[in-house]
Unconditional design. Structure first.
Length: 167
């Protein structure tokens, strides 16, 4: 897709969105770091009281367990001395690992990928930076699922057409 020119309203909106994202990163990183630090401390206190962390999270926090784990992983893996881009990648990694781990735990990712899906994934990873490829993976999965429904519908229509033609 060609890049829009500066006079193009699409480019103007895209630039505004990207700039706001860039400006909000420090606040989001600070928030995630503070949440992670507080959650680590809270987890320690909960365990010292002999309580189960998972049950405590579910009954006492508005965050889910997977989000708390992502915040904690981020707090453990990033440093305030890291540059913003490194911290951002660490946050994306913590959130991405959370998604993959929950899929593996639930067994939702048991199906083997087809050769076509492997090629798609390899192309995405080759073309895009890692953080974008990680964000795109669920979209590709959803598109594949939708295509499966469309394909099944087309096949059902073909079969119905054949039966009608047979009379």
């Amino acid at each position: 897709m060609p890049k829009p020119t500066y006079l193009d309203p699409i480019a103007t909106f895209a630039t505004r969105v990207n700039e706001r994202e860039k400006r909000s990163r420090p606040d989001r990183l600070r928030h995630a770091r503070q949440q992670g630090a507080d959650l680590r401390e809270l987890r320690q206190m909960v365990k010292e009281k002999g309580l189960k962390w998972e049950e405590f999270v579910e009954t006492n926090l508005t965050l889910g367990l997977t989000q708390t784990k992502a915040y904690i992983r981020f707090a453990e893996s990033s440093s305030v001395t890291d540059d913003e881009e490194t911290q951002w990648k660490a946050l994306q990694q913590a959130q991405g690992n959370r998604s993959q781990a929950s899929l593996r735990k639930s067994g939702a990712n048991q199906r083997e990928k087809t050769e076509e899906e492997e090629v798609d994934d390899a192309l995405v990873k080759f073309i895009l930076p890692p953080e974008m490829a990680n964000e795109l993976e669920p979209v590709l999965k959803d598109l594949r699922a939708q295509w499966g429904v469309v394909s099944a519908t087309i096949e059902a229509i073909r079969q119905a057409g054949k039966e009608v033609a047979r009379g």
